[in-house]
Ligand binder design. Sequence first.
Ligand code: SF4
Length: 343
Amino acid sequence: MPPIRQKLLGWYDQAARDLPWRHTRDPYAVWVSEVMLQQTRVETVIPYYERFLESFPTPHALAEADEDTVLSRWSGLGYYRRARLLHAGVREVVAQYGGTVPEDEEARRSLPGVGRYTAGAIGSIAFDKEEPIVDGNVTRVLARLLRIRTPVGTSATTNRLWEEAARLVPGERPGDLNQALMELGATVCTPKQPRCESCPVAQECEAFAHGEVDTLPVPRARKAPMEVSLCAVVATRGRGADRKVWLVKGDQALFGGLWSVPMHEGSARGVLTAAGLHARLGSEPVGEVAHVLTHRRLRIDVYRASAARGSESGTRRSFTANDLERVGVSTLTRKLLASALRG
Ligand code: SF4
């Protein structure tokens, strides 16, 4: 066995963190964990993962749930598209494969939301297949270990990283090898102040040997997030515990599948009209909310409107505070409601 592989596995056996998804090889549970871990920290994911699998312990249970229920269990994790794609992918597994996640790589890759990374994670961890994975942690480890000096995110670098990962994975315990690379990136070969002195592969590390640990991986030049000014209207009817707030879904909402406070770039009156609501609109904003998305920095003026009327539909509904606990709403919607309804 090549020394890097052997050292990584040896280190993983004694240093790996005890995480709930490391106690299972159920491909469905591995899939859920991998989707949740994309762009979200391990500590944040743990309680969500456990609750999600309690609510939907099998592919059949998830496939049968409606989207609102699925999103409500995801609420707070962000990147809701991941939840919708996971739901769609699992529904396909139930429809096409009787609820058994397919072992065949091509079949896995053809599922909605399952890209090369997720397919490789399920394949190697659950099915012991020699399939590579490359995520942010693996990218950093390999870029340093092999002194890859081209910017990450370019197709040349991406191809090289997948090739290198594919070179390392064949052999015993491919799933653990992949997890060892990710674990090393998460706990030792960290973006800032990596702990090279306790790294199991420091001897083999080209960046360490050349004193380039701090300059690798080379980041891709980033575009600054676009500043966007929006206007949101928190429209209510009723008072006290009976108070209901109108939310919209679909085209009028910023996050397609989630119930959201109506908002767009125009005036508050325009927002109400587009949402199909009639209401008594306040003349001044009651608050301002800032929110950062991947490529956009939002600055939102929040207006209140009372005595709001409209017809209930699949994309426009009024909710009590209790209803809101049950449906999936984004962190931004929670912020907007808090900003307009406090006091
Ligand atoms: S020696 Fe340092 S830079 Fe190289 S892989 Fe280990 S932690 Fe990362």
